[in-house]
Design a binder for this molecule. Structure first.
Ligand code: GLA
Ligand code: ZN
Length: 687
């Protein structure tokens, strides 16, 4: 059993806590302890934005106030997740040392202020962070109450300052060795953009070079590299003092600015979940939130921590909608079902002023436990206490992997074709565009609907252990991934790949000699001659062939790949247009396995049916072998001794009844059951 926080191996119920805002309110600090205990909270994250209090002047440190807080918490049974304060710089620093302030894509240097806007390359900032983190570790990392390092906060963004530009050039030199290599990889002879010296290379400034897709891609790779490199400065500093305290950083699910799979050097992945519950259909929101948990768990393929979510509302969307009754507990247990060992909040006590004064918090400005939110939070605390002995350390096991690859995303969203337009910004994906994330989520959703555990993998992961692999829009094939797919299918694996796959290589150069490239024409038994990019108002249909496992005709849209079967069996053909009757769904037997190719963007109703076929053919286990009503899904965690914990989750807003395939123990109610009734937004935990 892997213990994410060995000093405190329990389900954590905690929150961001900012006592530095309240140092002149001693009664409030005292009250905080009382309320933390009342809410059944066992941990807080402290120090996230405390630099101005920890080092009020350059070289003058004051940690006494923090020690008093940590001691007091510990004496009252509350553990500390201790943050390094690098997420926001003190004013004395940003005023005196210009280099710590970022330069934007427009080439403009930030003024002082705000947060998450330090330069990751700045030698001064790195030096100061190392100093600060070392001192914090010396003072606190052996404290019995300190269980985890919280490095900085939500690493994000990019900097175009001269230090970063130079570091980018050095990174490129190491990668390409010669300018000839780089010019070829980036195809720079196009539009006469050939580089003759390394100094001519600049990042993609908004008024500069944006047309070289290989450059855009490498810049994003570099930003990830530089951010991780900065994070390692922090990790090394605290570990040098005491290697026993694990390090985490709070990530942001599908955030596009960083390849989070490169953050697997962290001991523990944690993340911040802010779904917009009650905006439209909660079932859609729950499915999306489930995918976010899965992508975060998949960074390290181990359990994770939910570092932040709101107990009630967020204040950074136009309407701050409160969570409806039942939703807070359901959303909390959803995290646990997907492998979280914690439920933590932003924030414990609502700040009195500044931009987050109306963001949800456990304790509101009224300052008491008499609120609905406080009662909801307390209920979560009690529930986690009831579960911790049983489920702590149990893990999510998945037989299906969906490929989600950040580099593929960057490349396909930057490509001007076959549906150029707005990049996939919102997940409901309105407007023309390529919709990579939406495509990934649509396939994840088909599995979610059936109550099947899913891992995400990228092209650096091993796929050999899965029974079924889904490759939605695998535009780029990098890192010899074509060979991995080939070996996987040869060895008996089942794969589904979808439209706009196998088009470019590692540096975004198109494969010559036919799509899908990298040897995959042979594996899939098809040749993709071209892709018809449709307008939003266009559609076509998939007409199932006589030999396909089910009948009917299903809507498809956006992308229609024109493919030729070269050995593959045709399972469906287009229903209209000049390619009516041409294949749009094929299957090829290859080695011991099968490779399916879906050449178009199919709707959910088709996927729901088709995944029944894929799942049963691949022998993938459903978490409950029973038909699930709409809005109900099931996830499992398995303990070392093989005990399975089954989370049955109802996001439908209606009461649902379910016959169970066997008798189960309802852990929270303590009774044996053969069928269950779920209230709206209720989650049951069975074993
Ligand atoms: C992020 C940050 C927090 C806070 C919340 C508000 O997750 O990490 O500091 O700003 O958003 O939702
Ligand atoms: Zn910089």
């Amino acid at each position: 059993m892997k213990k994410l926080t060995p000093k405190f191996p329990q389900l954590i119920h905690g929150a961001d806590y900012n006592p530095e805002q309240w140092l002149s309110y001693p009664d409030i600090l005292k009250k905080d302890i009382e309320l933390l205990k009342k809410a059944h909270m066992n941990s807080v994250s402290v120090g996230i934005f405390s630099w101005a209090h920890l080092e009020p002047q350059e070289g003058v440190y004051d940690f006494d106030w923090l020690e008093e807080i940590i001691n007091n918490l510990y004496d009252n049974g509350i553990y500390t997740v201790l943050a390094t304060p690098s997420g926001a710089k003190p004013l004395w620093m940003s005023e005196k040392y210009e280099e710590v302030r970022r330069v934007s894509k427009d080439g403009v240097r930030d003024k002082s202020g705000d947060r998450h806007n330090h330069c990751y390359t700045s030698p001064y900032y790195r030096m100061k962070v190392k100093q600060m983190d070392t001192k914090l570790a010396e003072r606190f990392s052996h404290h019995p109450g300190v269980v985890l390092w919280h490095l900085s906060n939500e690493f994000c963004g990019e900097c175009y300052c001269p230090n970063c530009v130079n570091a980018f050039r050095e990174w490129l030199k190491e990668k390409y060795q010669t300018l000839d290599n780089l010019n070829h990889a980036w195809w720079t002879h196009f539009w006469s953009h050939t580089y003759r010296s390394w100094d001519q290379i600049n990042p993609p400034f908004s008024n500069g070079e944006l047309s070289i897709h290989g450059l855009n891609l490498d810049w994003k790779r570099f930003v990830t590299h530089q951010t991780v490199d900065f994070m390692k400065v922090e990790m090394d500093a605290v570990k040098a003092v005491n290697p026993e305290i694990p390090c985490t950083a709070n990530l942001m699910h599908f955030y596009d600015g960083l390849d989070y799979n490169k953050f697997d050097c962290l001991d523990v992945v944690s993340w911040d979940n802010y779904p917009q519950w009650h905006r439209g259909n909660n079932v859609d929101i729950a499915a999306r939130s489930g995918a976010c948990h899965d992508v975060m768990r998949s960074v390290k393929h181990q359990n994770f921590l939910l570092m932040e979510n709101t107990p009630s509302t967020v204040n950074w969307v136009p309407a701050s909608k409160l969570k409806r009754p039942g939703m807070h507990l359901a959303a909390s247990l959803q995290a646990v079902a997907h492998g979280s060992e914690s439920v933590q909040y932003f924030q414990f006590r609502k700040s009195r002023g500044s931009s987050e004064k109306f963001h949800g918090a456990v304790v509101d400005h009224v300052g008491t436990d008499e609120t609905r939110v406080f009662r909801d939070v307390t209920e979560v605390g009690k529930t986690l206490e009831a579960l911790t002995d049983k489920i702590y350390g149990s893990e999510v096991k998945a037989e299906v992997a969906v490929i989600y690859d950040w580099e593929n995303r960057w490349a396909v969203e930057n490509a001007q074709g076959p549906r150029y337009g707005s990049r996939s910004k919102s997940w409901d994906g309105k407007g023309d565009g390529i919709h990579y994330i939406e495509t990934v989520l649509k396939h994840h959703r088909a599995l979610w609907n059936k109550g099947i555990n899913v891992d995400f993998v990228d092209m650096e992961d091993d796929i050999s252990g899965y029974k079924l692999v889904i490759a939605p829009m695998l535009y780029m094939l990098r890192n010899n991934f074509g060979d991995k797919i080939k070996a996987f299918v040869e060895g008996g694996g089942k794969i589904l790949m979808t439209a706009n796959s196998g088009i470019v290589d590692d540096t975004d150069l198109c494969f010559l000699g036919g799509w899908p490239g990298a040897g995959l024409m042979e594996v899939f038994g098809i040749w993709n001659e071209s892709i018809d990019g449709l307008w939003d108002e266009d559609e076509n249909s998939m007409v199932m062939s006589e030999n396909s496992p089910f009948d009917g005709s299903f809507r498809c849209s956006e992308l229609c790949g024109i493919i030729h079967a070269r050995g593959a069996e045709v399972l469906a053909t287009y229903g209209s247009d000049f390619y009516e009757g041409e294949p749009c769904l094929t299957v090829n037997k290859f080695g011991q396995g099968k490779a399916y190719y879906l050449a178009t963007q199919a709707d959910g109703d088709f996927l729901d049916k088709f995944y029944d076929v894929l799942v049963s053919e691949a022998g993938v286990k459903r978490n409950l072998e029973t038909e699930l009503p709409y809005g109900v899904t099931v996830h499992t965690r398995t303990a070392d001794d093989g005990t399975e914990f089954v989370f049955v989750e109802n996001y439908s807003g209606e009461e649902k009844e379910l016959m169970l395939p066997n008798e189960y123990l309802d852990i929270l109610d303590g009774i044996r059951v053969k069928s269950i009734k779920l209230e709206p937004y209720q989650v049951k935990v069975l074993s």
